[in-house]
Design a protein. Structure first.
Length: 84
C-alpha cells in the first residue's frame, strides 16, 4: 500500500504541476481537497482522468468519489481494490 501511496503522490505532483512540493511534503492522511493539498473541483476532474487512464478505474457516482478522495490513503485503498 505504501508504494501505491508514493506512486499516487508522484502522479499528483506531476499532474497538477505542484511546484516545490515533494512526495514527503504530502501527508497521506490529510484531505486531498480543500485543506491538505488544497485541490479544487477542477482538479477532481483531472484526478478522475488519471485514475481512468493509469488504472482503468471509472468513477460514475459522487458518493464513491467522496469516499475515494477523502485522503491519499483512502485513494490508494480504492485504487488497489478497483484497478484493472
Amino acid at each position: 500500500m505504501e508504494s501505491l501511496i508514493e506512486e499516487l503522490k508522484t502522479k499528483i505532483i506531476a499532474g497538477f504541476h505542484l511546484e516545490g512540493v515533494t512526495p514527503a511534503d504530502i501527508n497521506a492522511d490529510e484531505p486531498i481537497f480543500g485543506t491538505g493539498l488544497e485541490l479544487d473541483s477542477i482538479d477532481a476532474l483531472e484526478l478522475v482522468a488519471i485514475l481512468e487512464s493509469d488504472y482503468g478505474i471509472v468513477i460514475t457516482e459522487r458518493s464513491v468519489a467522496d469516499q475515494a478522495f477523502a485522503s491519499l490513503r483512502a485513494l490508494a485503498g480504492f485504487v488497489a481494490a478497483n484497478r484493472t
